[in-house]
Design a protein around this ligand. Structure first.
Ligand code: BES
Ligand code: ZN
Ligand code: ZN
Length: 491
């Protein structure tokens, strides 16, 4: 539980009070704190530099067991991400100390280059997300999340920003849903189980949920998706989530790649890090979690999530390189490589979404290509769109949420590379260069008339190392981005 509270520091009691400190300027307007910060800075080991941390115990003048000072660095460099990271780190440290409740002193807005709303959003996000543990599969749970995190603010702020705090909590809860799904091992999230898990949470929020099994997918001719699913004994599912508030006119379709495990298929991947390929449903996780979150937030526009879920496996029934399949849209595709499976399931979902909903905007999220990670590294998603305004909106949302995005080109002449001698298209390019671009160009053939953007999250969806407000594994990348973006698009 995380809340905004206004308490008097002179009388407050707590297991721990976290105090963010800048190295060059005072950022609190409380005498007690000022005195304590001076004391901390009297020690050489704490200057308030970014990442500095020091704890004092049972200090006179204040009734808290531990005072934890967290360095923020130079004031001019303090942005939302610095606050998120500070709050996340403080929460994680407190979890390791087996604390159950902490209090965080919120800097005074007039002393810092951010609005009250930005400061609170960042601290709430860092604290909420930093308080997430994934230990479901450990018999012995070493640590527990904090039970209570209180942000210490002035009385008027606590009153005015109560709704903001519940909004941020809802969005972080959505991010945590996505992280948990991604971290779930692939044997526990085969399409049947992953789709059931999405449906259970979605129904709670009164979303309309439709799930198609293999029989319906065959009847409806989702040929590309079925070709990917063919190699696995675990049958595919198509999940459709609909949020249709009364009076809404505009419609956004979100499509998410849901490959619960990507072995590569007959073009089997090398063994190094193959276990990480449980991450290949991160687009699906982000889309499902975003829909659940937007429903909770009573978002005013229509949003439809289309989520194709398959397992990509080699077997006697698997699709082969050289196979030609017919996609939902009617176009035929030669399977040049069974490891380029994401684009096959996406084109069926996108073509269905375009035809059925005729959306104003369509956005797909996918861990689509290793090439995108080569191009942008592990922390940036690639944005592909013919619509400059839409691409810019996504990049801006990425700046705000620190789910960073970078626009990539969609050159018409590269489409040449996707030609097949025998079918309408090949699912892979004839060269190994520019793989993220050719993948996006392949998708572009199935968009229809709507504004469209493709977000390749192969890099940032997953991290082997923990960071300030995320544990090792799924990051939930895309949930906060989409929530910010959708509010922006029709604003
Ligand atoms: N799921 C992978 C992409 C991926 C790679 C995601 C690394 C996350 C981290 C995708 O299905 C894939 O295998 N793509 C191939 C495409 C190639 C065969 C044209 C790739 O990137 O090598
Ligand atoms: Zn693949
Ligand atoms: Zn894949």
């Amino acid at each position: 539980m995380i809340n905004l509270v206004s308490l008097d520091l002179k009388t407050v009691t707590a297991e721990a009070l976290v105090v963010p400190v800048c190295e060059d300027k005072e950022i609190h307007d409380d005498e007690t704190l000022a005195m304590l910060i001076d004391k901390a800075k009297a020690f050489k080991e704490f200057k308030g530099e970014k990442g500095d941390q020091v704890a004092f115990y049972n200090q006179p003048g204040i009734n808290v067991e531990r005072l934890i000072f967290e360095g923020l660095g130079k004031l001019e460099k303090v942005d939302m991400e610095a606050l998120r990271a500070m709050a996340g780190k403080a929460v994680k440290e407190s979890i390791k100390k087996d604390l159950s409740e902490i209090l965080i002193a919120v800097p005074a807005p007039e002393k810092i280059n951010l609005t009250t709303q930005e400061i609170l959003e960042a601290l709430l996000e860092g604290a909420c997300l930093g308080n997430h543990l994934f230990d479901k599969y450990k018999k012995e749970k070493k640590h527990k999340p904090l039970k209570k995190i209180n942000l210490l603010v002035k009385t008027d702020v606590a009153k005015a920003y109560g709704r903001l705090s519940s909004r941020i909590k809802t969005i972080c809860q959505g991010t945590v849903f996505a992280r948990d799904w991604i971290n779930t091992p692939p044997n526990d999230k085969i399409p049947e189980r992953f789709s059931a898990s999405i449906a259970r949470l979605a129904r709670k929020e009164k979303l309309k949920v439709t799930i198609w099994k293999e029989k319906e997918l065959k009847q409806k001719k989702f040929g590309a998706m079925l070709a990917v699913a063919a190699g696995s004994r675990n049958k595919p599912r198509m999940v459709i989530l609909e949020h249709r508030p009364k009076g809404a006119e505009k419609t956004i379709v979100l499509v998410g790649k849901g490959v619960t495990f990507d072995s590569g298929g007959i073009n089997l991947k090398p063994s190094a890090s193959m276990e990480d390929m449980k991450l290949d449903m991160s687009g699906a996780a982000a889309v499902a979690a975003a829909l659940i979150t937007l429903a909770k937030l009573k978002f005013k526009f229509n949003v439809v999530g289309i989520i194709p879920i398959v397992e990509n496996m080699p077997s006697g029934n698997a699709s082969r390189p050289g196979d030609i399949i017919q996609s939902y849209a009617g176009k035929t595709v030669e399977i040049g490589n069974t490891d380029a499976e994401g684009r096959l399931i996406l084109i069926d979902a996108m073509a269905y979404g375009a035809k059925t909903y005729k959306p104003d905007v369509m956005i797909d999220l996918a861990t689509l290509t290793g090439a995108c990670v080569v191009a942008l590294g592990e922390k940036f998603a690639g944005i592909f769109s013919y619509d400059a305004q839409l691409a810019e909106a996504i990049v801006s949302s990425g700046v705000k949420t620190y789910e960073r995005c970078w626009r990539m080109p969609l050159p018409e002449d590269y489409k040449e590379l996707l030609k097949s001698n025998f079918a309408d298209l090949n699912n892979v390019s004839s060269t190994r260069y520019g793989g993220a671009i050719t993948a996006a160009l392949f998708l572009s053939e199935f968009v229809g008339e709507s504004r469209w953007a493709h977000i390749d999250i192969a890099g940032p969806a997953y991290s082997k190392k923990e960071s300030a407000y995320c544990g090792a594994g799924g990051t939930g990348f895309g949930v906060r981005l989409l929530c910010d973006l959708l509010a922006r698009i029709f604003a």
